[in-house]
Design a protein around this ligand. Sequence first.
Ligand code: 4AD
Ligand code: MG
Length: 451
Amino acid sequence: MRTLIKHVLARTEPTDTLTVSGWVRTRRDSKGFSFIELNDGSCLGNLQIVADAGIPGYEDISKMATGASITVTGKLIPSPAQGQDWEMQAEEIRLIGEVPEDYPLQKKGHTSEFLRSIAHLRPRTNLYGAAFRIRSRMAFAIHRFFQERDFVYVHTPIVTASDCEGAGEMFRVTTLPDSQISKDTEDFFGKRAYLTVSGQLEGETFACALSNIYTFGPTFRAENSNTSRHAAEFWMVEPEMAFCDLAGDMDCAEAMIKFLVSEALADPDLSIFEKFIDKALRARLEHVVEKPFQRITYTDAVKLLESSGKEFQYPVKYGLNLQSEHERWLTEEYFKQPTTVYNYPKEIKPFYMRLNEDGKTVTAMDLLVPGIGEIIGGSQREERYDVLLENFKHHNIDPESYAWYADLRKYGTVPHAGFGLGFERLLMFITGIQNIRDVIPFPRTPGHCEF
Ligand code: 4AD
Ligand code: MG
């Protein structure tokens, strides 16, 4: 039976014979033996193999070049080399898959742009292997956070007819031939359908039955913003809580971020990001866990920005959206800590947010983090039937299509609130990776849908 290298490296005692498999990172030949650094993707570390000439399979040693796959059987012995406890004295070494000379990952130090063009091979590098292992563990940590708090995981639809955010940034799903593309009633679903931008609306229906729920799945946005923080396909975590107001919503968002950052701090793969991406990463994340987050209303945030004396590219004015540069100034330069901005003007937010007593603002909240800006967007929802119907009018929403959504307010309505965490933005935050394309296995952005 094959043993993963992760478990081999964690051994505290020498072993009887065992078998490992993986891809050769490097090989050095000496007179009478060879050293191989073997990696199987189970952890950051390589296992050093010592193969003496003459063992079965050694005749293929010259083909065991960087990138080739091999299987080795042997015994662990204490390693004289620095930085590793064990090496494996091979008793048998078998070539599984050869690699021709054009293997693109020969050298170290490829640019992230180049590695994106070979996204099918980049998980074999140390950095991306670590990034995608962390992605896996963070996804699991999200489930743990909510499951431990009795939230029910709901699978909301990926194909939908509703535009939750009302921003018109939806990808259409159709089976109509090109010549009949606008005959909606003849389409597969008898009406226009899209890929979902958010599972929130369907999530709300389940919160209004099961109390605390969350969704975690892919979402799609056809926004043509070619930034380092936007992808056309990304994953969102969306909890929704019944009998909860904006303050409770912000508490949950902050607790979740602190939990996930603590998990990341304990992750064995974090060290590579500290080494190659951001030397101050660990200290920054520890600070996030230890210090309380900040909260400020949109109105006060605008005042702060106006009096900051800082030259921004985009204007700051009550009633305008905060741009990423504004968000980053608040969280990086002013508060120096994750910061939640809440109570935004109703004009710049979607129809479902609850109107405040002032009649001007809604119970929206955005959680901003240093280095990125918005990582979470959420709100308390409008639970008053009449007010929601008014909102439909202001936002030009057909009340017929959203009758099911309004029904929640008609039949036993409850105050409820929730938020959406951009999963990739969380990964960027905890790894320090600057481009969203580098935390998604196969990123989809304007003009790019390879693999
Ligand atoms: O602020 P947003 O648009 O909020 C919603 O979709 C709500 N329905 C969520 C809710 O209340 N249940 O998106 C939520 C988060 C953003 O804060 C951001 O982190 C991420 O999703 N996000 C994106 N991430 C990557 N690429 C994009 N194009 C993104 N758009 C939003
Ligand atoms: Mg938002």
